[in-house]
Structures are given as C-alpha cells and as structure tokens.
Design a protein around this ligand. Structure first.
Ligand code: PLP
Length: 399
C-alpha cells in the first residue's frame, strides 16, 4: 500500500492509528467518516470552503524567500510558507473551519474542543462565531493561568471556557474532560480535534484540511523557480502543520522531508516532547502511536519553550512515516529555537511563533550540510505575537 492511500479502512497507518474509544462513540465516528467522505466529493461544500478560506482566512498564504536568514544557515535558498498570515495567526484555522462546516452538515449545533496553549481553542471559537455554533472549550487550570490572553480571546468570541481541575490540570486532563462531554452529548455535539490525532477518521480529516499548505507551496515554488523543492521542513507537535506541508509532496521521491520535535531543556523524561527519542508504543486520545510514558505506561509530563509542541503523543501517520523512513525526524532544543526566533525577527522582519522556530533552529544548526543552491521550504506555522509576553518576561528578571 502506498503512503498516499493510507489510512486503511480501519484507520491504520501501518501499525499506528485506529479507534480506541468507548463503544458509545463508535456510531458518531462512523457518521463523521461517512459525511466527510461525502462532502469531500461535494462541489457545493468545496466551493463554500474555498470561498471562506479566501475571504475570511486570507488564503492563499504567500511563499516568502528569506535570503538573509538563509545565509545564516548555509548556502541553500530558503522559502517560508506563511501560515502566520492566516486569520488568527496560524494554520489551525484551516482545520477548524473545515470541521465546523462538516458539523453544520451533520446538523450538530454544539461544538466542543480542548486546548493546551489556547491556539486551537481560539481557532475553534472563531469558526463557531462565524457559523453561529455553540462552543465549549475545555482547558486545564494550569494552562488557563499560563495563557490568560487566549482565554480572554475565546470568551470575546462567544465561547464558554471550562476550567479542568483534575490530574495535572493540563492538556491531557482537558482531553479526558472533552471525551467525557462527547460521550454524554454525542447526539447534538461535534468534537473538533485540533491536530492529526484522535480516533479514526480525525487524523485523516485534519490532514486533508491542512494539505492545502503543501498544495499551494508546490504551485508557488513551481511558478517561482520552475522546480520542485529539494527539502521541506516543519515543526511537529501533534503533526498537523507538518503533514499539511508534506502530504502533497510525499509522491515526489526527490523531496527530502524533515520533522522537528521539541527537544526542550534536556534528554530526561519530562524535560522535552521528543516522542521519537524517548517514546514507546501506546494509546492516547483514542489513537495508537508513539507516546512519552513512564515505566508503568502512565502518560509523562512534557516540557517545551513552545506550548504548541508540548504534547506527549504524535500523530499516527508521523509514526508510520518515521518507521518507513520517508520522513526524517530530529529535535531542536529550547535555546536553539529561541536563537532562531530572534534571528528571523532581526534579519527578515518576521517574528515567528516559537513552535515554527524549532524548524528554523534545526536549519541554523544543520543547514551547512544542505547542498549549495538547494531549494528549501520551511513551514512558518504561526506568528510570534502570542509569544512576545513570554519572551519579554525572560528578558526582564522579576524585581
Ligand atoms: C498548535 C501549533 C503547532 C503544533 O501543532 P501541529 O499539529 O504539530 O501543527 C505548531 N505551530 C503553531 C503556530 C501552533 O499554533
């Protein structure tokens, strides 16, 4: 089976993926899958989605060449796919809009979501406001305190933000609460998952909605240079912006693909979110993948300077692409990401999200080994405005 035809009917990418959920959710997942397969071929649906992506989100996003930053990395040409210029500041809106449109098709008027850093919550609340859907976002209490501004944004957009006080009061606890809500309200409610995670068909649906990133980038690169890119690189949290960039490129075997995880502050469990160097096969969020866990199989705490890469599991398709060696995965430490954050700002006038800075950091450190004149596309998954208060606080030690 070729990579492009995955997942299989059971929702598996090789040995990863599937559906590990309570029985009560199986019918809802079946319905979601069958409606999705229908709308995928539906002209009116696609025309409406395209219109919203153009008029509301601001697509297509530009492909920007950044020669001054490239020179700091090596001797290749670097192009940034500017997902930071989407409405709400990142790629997450591509998926939130798509899933909200499907919810409308299914006649579901209530949307739930969970969020860690708040970015997916903001994108979902935005899509719900646009379509007049009720929106409930679960968020750990610790994350709510850390991401106050996003909590306020979601509430401005009309969403109800529900604090989660169980467990470590972070993302994984918010996921548990969201699933509990879905089990109870499944008839009226659609659960919008924000990355290529969760039970089948979510990893496929989210990937497809994000694959517009790579489709546009290929077209723009061809128009600009007449060529395919030689390298495509993106940061990997759950993996949606990365698979969004990679998916349409997988069939071109000449393109080298690189995913960059959060290397955090060290190699110890709990100090990073590098699933491929410390994780093991496990189930989280309804899908089987590579999961950071302790010796008893309990989900580990993670750390990253960027809240959006701070997730203990990785999308099952990435686990498969790593196992089959189609995509290379590395990690980038906090301080290197921070260096890239500053460099791109100073040299190009673009303040990147700390998440995206991990891909740029990898290029800064390893770019010298990329052949002269190569065409490299890096996905700039989001803008760094949301990170400015955090950076400012690091510069000004508390008095
Ligand atoms: C959420 C987020 C990520 C990580 O999520 P993926 O699903 O791995 O893309 C990366 N960059 C930004 C800007 C984000 O908001």
């Amino acid at each position: 089976m070729t990579t492009r035809s995955l997942p299989d009917r059971g929702g598996y990418f090789g040995e990863f993926g599937g559906r590990f959920v309570p029985e009560t959710l199986m019918a809802a997942l079946d319905e979601f899958e069958s409606v999705y397969r229908k709308v995928k071929r539906d002209r009116a649906f696609n025309a409406e989605l395209d219109r919203i992506l153009a008029e509301f989100v601001g697509r297509p996003t530009p492909l920007t060449e950044t020669p001054r930053f490239a020179e700091a990395c090596g001797r290749f040409r670097l192009f940034l796919k500017r997902e930071d210029l989407n409405h709400t500041g990142a790629h997450k809106i591509n998926n939130a809009i798509g899933q909200a449109l499907i919810a409308k098709r299914m006649g579901k008027e209530r949307i739930i979501a969970e969020t860690g850093a708040g970015q997916h919550g903001v994108a979902t609340a935005t899509a719900c406001a646009l379509f007049g859907l009720q929106c409930v976002v679960y968020m750990g209490e610790v994350d709510m305190a850390r991401q106050e501004l996003n909590v306020f944004r979601m509430r401005l957009l009309g969403a109800e933000v529900v604090p989660v006080s169980s467990g470590s009061r972070t993302l994984k606890d918010a996921i548990n609460e969201a699933i509990r809500d879905w089990v109870t309200n499944v008839r009226t409610t659609h659960y919008i998952i924000g990355s290529v995670l969760g039970p089948h068909p979510y990893p496929m649906v989210v990937r497809d909605f994000q694959s517009i990133i790579g489709a546009e980038a290929l077209k723009q690169m061809r128009k600009r240079t007449g060529k395919l890119p030689d390298v495509a690189i993106a940061c990997v949290g759950g993996g949606s912006n990365a698979i969004g960039l990679f998916y349409e490129m997988l069939k071109h075997e000449s393109i080298r693909m690189i995913g960059v995880e959060a290397g955090g502050r060290g190699h110890k469990l709990g100090d990073h979110a590098a699933r491929f160097s410390g994780g093991a096969l496990g189930v989280l969020h309804g899908t089987r993948s590579v999961v950071l866990q302790d010796e008893f199989g309990q989900i580990a705490e993670t750390h990253s300077i960027s809240a959006g890469l701070d997730y203990p599991s990785i999308g099952p398709e990435h686990a498969h692409l790593q196992q089959t060696k189609r995509v290379e995965y590395y990690n980038c430490a906090d301080d290197l990401a921070l260096e890239a954050f500053r460099k791109l700002s100073e040299l190009e006038g673009i303040i990147p999200a700390l998440e995206s800075s991990h891909a740029l950091g990898w290029l800064l450190r390893n770019g010298a080994a990329i052949a002269e004149g190569s065409l490299v596309i890096a996905n700039l998954s989001g803008r760094g405005d949301k990170d400015v208060p955090q950076i400012a606080a690091m510069e000004k030690p508390p008095q």
